[in-house]
Ligand binder design. Structure first.
Ligand code: LR7
Ligand code: MN
Length: 514
C-alpha cells in the first residue's frame, strides 16, 4: 500500500549534473529560523534551541574514545555508505550540525551520499536548502509517515551497499565510521552501533557516555541502558573489542543494505516512533545475525525528556501498537509476559501481522526462547509459583462440592480419591502466586470481617486483586495473607482461625500432581 508514495523524488541541487549549482548560504539558512525575543527556547524542540543556535555548525568536540582507539588501523578499502537521516521539524542548527559533522569528520571516500528524509516538516526548505551542500539529497514525504517508514524510504533509494542511520540531532566524533564499517565488511550479518555520547539538552556540552553499557529492556518492552554482565566485564581485557548487545537503542547504526533488505527492512505498519528497535533487534539475532556496540566509535546525541512533535493517534496508543506487533510476531509464548507487564495492550487493535510472520517463517528464524537462552539470559521470566496438586489432611482432601440452591459454591472435605497424580477434578487445586484455585473459583475468607477469626472459607470467582482470596503457604499451614489467620478444618465447615503450630486441624499436606 505504501509503494505508490515511495516513488522516489530525489531533490539534489542540480538534477542534471549532480553538482551544486549555488553555494550553500549557512548564515542565511540559520538566521531565517532564529527564536523570537522572549520565546521559550525549549518550546519547539524540547531542547535549548538558543544554546544550539549559538554554536558553530563546525564546532570541535572532545575525542571521547578510549586512549587505545586512535592507534587502531582499519582496512584501506572500506566500503562507502549512504547516511540516512529522517526528521520531522528538526531545529535547523542541530540538523545542519549533524550533516556537517559527518562531512567534516569522515574521509570523503566513505560517504557516498547523505539522504535526508523530511517527514512532512512544516517548512520544506529546512531540507531543500541543504541539498546545496555536495552529497546531500532530500526526500520529502507528502504526509507524515513516522520515522520507520521514512527510514525505509531512504534505504530504498540509497546507492551505497552499506546503510548508516542517524538521528537528526547528532554529532559524529573522530573516526566514528571506520570501526563500524570494518565490522560490517568482515561479516555482513553484523549490525553495529557506536557508543552514544550525550549532548546536553540544556547547554549542548558534549559529554562522554560510559563505555560498558549495552542495550536492554524489560517485559513491557521499555528500552534501558544496562551494565554489561559482570562475567563479561571481568574477562574484557581489550577495551576496543565490540560488546554484544541484546538490543540497540535504535537511531544510530550501520547495516549492510542487502542484509537489511533480506531481513525485511522494517515493519511498515509501525507508526511515528517506538518499538522498531526491538523488532529489528529480535529479527537480527533470531534470523542469523548479531548486534554489537563498537566502543571505538562515538556519536553524540541530544537526549530529550519529551517528544517535541505530535502523535496523530496519541503517544501511548502508538507505542502499544508498535510493541504489540513486535510481541505478536517475535515473542512466541513469551508474549504473555509482555501482556502481563503492559496490560493496557490487551485487546488493542494492531493491524495484521500475517506478512511479517510469513517473513519470519521464510527465513527460518530461531525461537524467542533461543534468544532468551543465548542472547539475553539476564532477562528472567517473572517467577510465578504454579503448583497443581491436592490439599490433604489425614485421609481427607479439600474438595469443591457443587452449588447450593442459593448459587453459592460449596467447599468441604471428602475422602481422598484417586491419587495425588490423578485426583478427581473436585479435589485438584492450582496454586498461582497467592491464589488457591479450581476452574476459576478461588478459596476466600468470605466474612466481611475477614480479619477476625472464624470467617468461613468458601469459593468465589477468582479475582487476583481481592484481598479475601490471598493466601500463602507457611510450613504445613495455609495462611490468609491479609488477616494472618490460618485455614482450619472445623467441624462442618472450613474457616480461618488463629494460627497454632500444634493444631491438627490446621495441618495441610500439599501434594503436587507431578
Ligand atoms: O514522526 C517522526 N518522524 C521522524 O522522522 C518522528 C521522529 N522522526 C525523526 C526525528 O526527527 C529524529 O531524527 O526520527 C528520529 C528519532 O526521533 P527522536 O529523536 O524523537 O527519538 P529518540 O532519540 O527519543 O528515540 C530513540 O528511539 C526511537 C524509537 O523509535 C528511534 O529508534 C530513535 O532513532 C532513537 N534514538 C536513538 O537511538 C539515539 C539514542 C537515544 C537512545 C536511547
Ligand atoms: Mn533522537
Amino acid at each position: 500500500p505504501y509503494g505508490q508514495r515511495f516513488k522516489s523524488r530525489l531533490l539534489t541541487s542540480d538534477p542534471v549534473t549532480g553538482t551544486p549549482s549555488k553555494g550553500f548560504d549557512e548564515k542565511a539558512y540559520l538566521s531565517a529560523k532564529q527564536l523570537k525575543p522572549g520565546e521559550d527556547p525549549y518550546r519547539q524542540h524540547a531542547f535549548n534551541q538558543l544554546e544550539s543556535d549559538k554554536l558553530s555548525p563546525d564546532r570541535p568536540i572532545r575525542d571521547t574514545r578510549h586512549y587505545s582507539c586512535p592507534s587502531m588501523s582499519y582496512s584501506l578499502d572500506l566500503p562507502a555508505t549512504s547516511v540516512i537521516i529522517t526528521f520531522h521539524n528538526e531545529a535547523r542548527s542541530t540538523l545542519l550540525r549533524t550533516v556537517k559533522s559527518v562531512l567534516n569528520r569522515t574521509p570523503a571516500s566513505l560517504i557516498q551520499e547523505i539522504i535526508l528524509v523530511d517527514d512532512f516538516s512544516s517548512d520544506p526548505e529546512d531540507c531543500l536548502l541543504l541539498t546545496r551542500i555536495p552529497k546531500v539529497k532530500c526526500l520529502r514525504n507528502d504526509r507524515r509517515e513516522g520515522l520507520i517508514r521514512s527510514r525505509v524510504r531512504g534505504a530504498d533509494v540509497a546507492a551505497a551497499a552499506i546503510l548508516t542511520f542517524l538521528d537528526s540531532h547528532c554529532e559524529v566524533n573522530t573516526e566514528w565510521l571506520q570501526p563500524m564499517l570494518q565490522r560490517v565488511k568482515e561479516d555482513h550479518t553484523r549490525v553495529v552501533s557506536p557508543i552514544i555520547d550525550v549532548i546536553s539538552l540544556d547547554n549542548f556540552a558534549y559529554l562522554a557516555a560510559s563505555a560498558d553499557l549495552r542495550g536492554g529492556f524489560d517485559w513491557s518492552l521499555h528500552f534501558k541502558w544496562e551494565q554489561i554482565p559482570l562475567e563479561q566485564k571481568i574477562t574484557r581485557t581489550d577495551p576496543t573489542r565490540p560488546i554484544r548487545t541484546p538490543v540497540i537503542a535504535g537511531g544510530i547504526f550501520v547495516i549492510d543494505k542487502a542484509w537489511f533488505n533480506h531481513l525485511g527492512k522494517y515493519d511498515a505498519q509501525m507508526d511515528i516512533w517506538g518499538g522498531e528497535n526491538f523488532e529489528l533487534s529480535f529479527r537480527v539475532w533470531m534470523c542469523g545475525g548479531s548486534l554489537e556496540i563498537v566502543p571505538c566509535s562515538r556519536v553524540g546525541h541530544v537526549f530529550r525528556k519529551r517528544h517535541p512533535y505530535n502523535f496523530p493517534e496519541g503517544n501511548a496508543l502508538t507505542y502499544i501498537r508498535n510493541t504489540k506487533r513486535t510481541a505478536e510476531v517475535w515473542m512466541d509464548e513469551y508474549k504473555q509476559y509482555y501482556y502481563e507487564a503492559r496490560p493496557s495492550a490487551i485487546g488493542k487493535a494492531f493491524g495484521s501481522v500475517a506478512t511479517r510472520i510469513e517473513q519470519r517463517k521464510k527465513m527460518n528464524c530461531k525461537s524467542f526462547r533461543w534468544y532468551l537462552e543465548n542472547v539475553y539470559p539476564e532477562l528472567t521470566v517473572p517467577v510465578k509459583e504454579v503448583l497443581p496438586g491436592i490439599i490433604k489432611q489425614g485421609v481427607n482432601c479439600l474438595e469443591s462440592q457443587g452449588q447450593n440452591t442459593a448459587g453459592d459454591f460449596l467447599l468441604g472435605m471428602g475422602i481422598c480419591r484417586g491419587s495425588a497424580k490423578s485426583p478427581p477434578p473436585a479435589q485438584a487445586w492450582l496454586f498461582t502466586d497467592h491464589l488457591i484455585q479450581q476452574q476459576g473459583k478461588c478459596l476466600a475468607a468470605t466474612s466481611t470481617l475477614m480479619s477476625s477469626p472464624g470467617s468461613p472459607v468458601t469459593l468465589q470467582v477468582c479475582n487476583p486483586r481481592e484481598g479475601k482470596q490471598k493466601w500463602r503457604r507457611k510450613g504445613t499451614s495455609i495462611q490468609h495473607s491479609v488477616s494472618g489467620l490460618c485455614l482450619e478444618n472445623k467441624p462442618g465447615q472450613l474457616a480461618t482461625s488463629k494460627c497454632q503450630a500444634d493444631a491438627q486441624a490446621q495441618q495441610w499436606q500439599l501434594l503436587p500432581h507431578t
